[in-house]
Design a protein around this ligand. Sequence first.
Ligand SMILES: [Zn+2]
Length: 108
Amino acid sequence: MPRAKSPHVLSFTPVAARLSGRRCSRAAAPKAKQCLTLGCDRAIAEELGVTRRHVIRWKRDGLTIWQADTIATRLGVHPAQLWGPDAWARAQLAHDAFDALARDLAIA
Ligand SMILES: [Zn+2]
């Protein structure tokens, strides 16, 4: 059964799409070990300065708004440019509402 996603989880797809033309460092490796797949997980990981495990996990689970913001910053863009202004605004609103609810429950 797929894990339920909170409303403020953002898809990794726009990040992968943006880096879909990149080659990983193994493009320069000896022929037997070469990777010529554009936008492979390793290429994305190298571009973002994270491990391949991060990329695999983000593809599976999506991103929190904090992860999304950090990734956008590393790519030199505003998150709204990657996820669209509406989705980005919705994610932030949902996150704030969730935070407020969590605070209320902690106080109760
Ligand atoms: Zn590769």
